[in-house]
Design a protein around this ligand. Structure first.
Ligand SMILES: Nc1ncnc2c1ncn2[C@@H]1O[C@H](COP(=O)(O)OP(=O)(O)O)[C@@H](O)[C@H]1O
Ligand SMILES: [Mg+2]
Length: 257
């Protein structure tokens, strides 16, 4: 496990702490500011959902939390499990990501030449586990996501929903403390969507783990503890949902991009 700093923000209850995060792409006349003064807390024990119209910056924001994108120079803080990601070297960031983060890409990013078991083994092989150990764990997690009968298939032999479940298995296989998913249930029917959300629930119910989900899928809003709404690069509203604060009416109807 990466060392935890003694910073006051590094409380174990906070998976991610972002303050005044700005992100631009391009430079000069073509510079586009995609994230503007973002503040966000992702708490351990929670499922946090990020919603908002297409192009508002959701994927950019979760990539920053995952350490795959850097924020702009200048002020701003990105602390994940007590690690100030801006201060980590490239190598240390990669190591941090390989132990702490499970990322499910919108486009799945499975390796086409590898079978399901081999794809799901990759995070463990990166950690230096043997093929035997990695594939044993990969098979267990594939069973868990209902893909036990497709172990040897290649991604091209699977439906979109099946590929997505393989991508979810790959994100879970190394028991990361933070699962980040870009539209995890969009390609899933309601049975498999429920199965996947039950898995995310079981991850998030642990006091030192968290789930962060970008979604438009109003079927899964009832699983959220916190819903942050984005628009045009900003977080415009944060709803904490509990017994006293049920899902707001506008979220019950879902978002459309
Ligand atoms: N690598 C990139 N280079 C230039 N522009 C980008 C890049 N990635 C994203 N963008 C732009 O940033 C904006 C936000 O994108 P994104 O974070 O993918 O939005 P969302 O996930 O909410 O649909 C969009 O206008 C998109 O075109
Ligand atoms: Mg996106």
């Amino acid at each position: 496990m990466p060392p935890v700093t003694s910073s006051a923000k590094a409380t174990p209850a906070l998976a991610a702490y972002l303050r005044n995060v700005n992100k631009s792409f391009g430079d000069g006349g073509s510079r586009l500011q995609v994230l503007k003064e973002i503040d966000l807390d992702v708490r351990c024990g929670d499922i946090t959902m990020l919603v908002g119209p297409s192009g508002c910056g959701k994927t950019t924001l979760i990539s920053i939390v995952a350490g795959t994108l850097n924020v702009d120079e200048g002020p701003g803080e990105v602390t994940v499990f007590g690690q100030d990601l801006r201060k980590l070297s490239k190598g240390a960031t990669t190591k941090f990501r390989s132990t702490s983060i499970g990322f499910i890409f919108q486009s799945f990013n499975l390796i086409p030449t590898l079978s399901c078991v081999e794809n799901v083994s990759v995070p463990l092989l990166i950690q230096g586990k043997s093929t035997r150990v990695a594939e044993k764990k990969a098979r267990e997690v594939l069973e868990q996501v209902g893909m036990g009968d497709r172990m040897k298939h290649r991604p091209t032999q699977l439906s979109g929903g099946q590929q997505q479940r393989v991508a979810i298995a790959r994100a879970l296989v190394h028991d990361p403390r933070l699962i980040i998913c870009d539209e995890p249930t969009a390609a899933l029917d309601s049975k498999n969507g429920t199965l996947v959300m039950d898995i995310f629930e079981s991850v998030a119910r642990s006091p030192d783990r968290a789930v962060l989900i970008v979604t438009h899928d109003n079927r899964i809003f009832p699983h959220a503890n916190r819903i942050a709404s984005m628009d045009d690069g900003r977080i415009i509203e944060v709803h904490d949902i509990d017994a006293a604060h049920p899902l707001p009416e506008n979220l019950r109807h879902g978002f459309h991009s």
